[in-house]
Design a protein around this ligand. Structure first.
Ligand code: LLP
Length: 467
């Protein structure tokens, strides 16, 4: 068992990551509010010790703190309501289901008075199965099929966010056939580059989503000419994991120019400014408090409307990550440990029993995460470690850089916080590793909300397998 001890940062340590005073600490901005260690040193979430959950459900395991989801949903709802009210308008929150979707989450956010945003026929079915009123659903997507659109219109989906000219024609045909009127928003890309990883910025001009601002007026004219379509306004989403207000303000200013122009041809009652509010993944992330963000964005819209002499539209927003991200904690078991000699020193590889199949974000986006021993506290000095998975790929990294107690050992449980958003939805069966269960914890009780996959599940689709 390697036992080397380094109390100073090795030269290959990233500049942003300081050696912690205590490599067992739980940073409040990253973990659910309920997270603490019990007298044995185990991490407890929602009143349940992670060791207990691992014993019952195995590892890897995605633990979701129900109260954290509900508190964050309510805080977002109130922050935007208060700011909207202060500026003479209203604000609706749609939970962006792509961040994490199952019927339990749908019920939780509905109970907090949120609407649901879906972007495929599959997400639409889960939202409906969870009890969402179709009228409160917003339906996105750059390539909704005719069948998906027909299902949405039939089900009575409240708003379809139109993304292409072809979609307008598909909707014209469907609404004419079924004799219904469908409310739509038009998605535009404002050209604002949010300060974020390039793959996450969806308002660049050279990208697949929405209409460039210059083409939008013609598309709206076409929508207004279709008897079965009711044009309600514009939609713009500038990206994800955004920390400041500046990008939203700039984008709103550009979109309002178009909004004002469209008022000449009829009503434009709504404006949806998307989601993208950032969260803390590590101790150095410092997202703007949501109340400040809400006030900053809505004030910008209100000022823009006042300057143009137009009414402030009813606003909506679509956060996903900010609601579920910090509510999720993935629990792994440590399997092997290797100290690899580099020219600059020794790098400790800590292998866990999951990896890029349950969290693709590190491999996909170079996302930073943190990790802590979960089954106990460690006693030795912090050692810079790289937490890796069990997949046959060297890019299979869960946490690229983290200081862990030097006595981390096989059989220890490791917890990675802030995995509630875009981990389960991006999960795969790579290397035929079954996907982990999702377990909700609340008030000292735990329940499975999505069961884990079994090898039988993996073989079930294999047509050559003889049962
Ligand atoms: N609205 C629209 C139109 C979106 O495309 C998205 C995210 C959201 C709302 C919600 O964004 P949020 O509030 O969750 O940031 N897989 C990436 C993120 C992709 C985001 C896609 N769209 C990741 O893991 O970081």
């Amino acid at each position: 068992m390697p036992r080397s001890v380094h109390s100073a940062a090795p030269s290959y340590a990233p500049a942003w990551l300081a050696v912690p005073d205590d490599a067992n600490d739980l940073v409040a901005s990253v973990w659910p509010a309920s997270a603490h260690r019990d007298e044995e040193g185990q991490i407890v979430i929602g009143g349940v010790a992670l060791g207990e959950l691992a014993r019952i459900h195995g590892t890897p395991l995605l633990v979701i703190d129900e109260a954290e989801v509900c508190t964050r949903a309510a805080r977002l709802r109130d922050a935007f309501r208060v700011a909207a009210h202060a500026h003479g308008t209203t604000a609706r929150i749609y939970y962006a289901g792509k961040a994490l979707l199952n019927t339990a989450i749908v019920r939780w956010v509905l109970d907090e008075g949120l609407n649901i945003d879906v972007c495929t026929g599959g997400e639409l079915e889960v939202a409906l199965a969870g009890g969402a009123d179709a009228g409160s659903i917003g339906f996105h997507g750059n390539n909704k099929s005719a069948a998906e659109l027909e299902r949405a219109v039939d089900a009575g989906v409240g708003t379809i966010i139109v993304d292409s000219e072809i979609e307008i024609e598909r909707l014209a045909a469907i609404t004419a056939r079924v004799g219904r009127t469908q409310r739509v928003l038009l998605r535009v890309n404002s050209g604002v580059h949010a300060e974020t990883h390039d793959f996450l910025a969806t308002a660049h001009e050279d990208q697949k989503f929405g209409f460039p601002l210059v083409d939008a007026a013609a598309a709206v004219a076409r929508i207004r000419a279709v008897p079965g379509l009711e044009f309600a306004g514009l939609h713009c989403h500038i990206g994800s994991q955004i920390f400041g207000v500046a990008g939203f303000r700039e984008s709103a200013a550009r979109v309002l120019d178009l909004h004002e122009q469209l008022l000449e041809g009829g009503d434009v009652p709504q404006l949806n400014l998307g989601g993208g509010f950032g969260i803390a993944y590590t101790r150095v992330d410092d997202p703007t408090p949501i109340e400040e963000l809400a006030e900053g964005i809505i004030a910008a819209v209100a000022e823009g409307c006042a300057a143009r002499g137009i009414p402030v539209p009813a606003l909506s927003f679509e956060p996903g990550r900010a609601i579920v991200g910090n509510a999720g904690v993935t629990v792994y078991e440590v399997g092997t440990i290797k100290d690899v000699a580099l020219e600059a020193g020794i790098r400790r590889y800590v292998s866990v029993d999951g990896g890029m199949s349950d969290n693709a974000r590190t491999a996909l986006y170079g996302a930073a995460y943190s990790a802590r021993l979960a089954s106990r506290t460690g006693a030795d000095e912090p050692v810079l470690a790289r937490v890796v998975g069990k997949h046959c790929e060297s890019g299979d990294i869960v946490v690229d850089h983290e200081y862990l107690p030097g006595d981390v050992t096989p059989g220890d449980l490791l917890a990675v916080p802030a995995t509630g958003a875009y981990c389960a939805p991006l999960s795969s069966n790579y290397n035929h590793v079954p996907r982990p269960p999702l377990v909700a914890v609340a008030d000292g009780a735990a329940r499975v909300i999505v069961r884990g996959e079994t090898i039988a599940d993996l073989l079930a689709r294999d047509a050559g397998f003889e049962r």
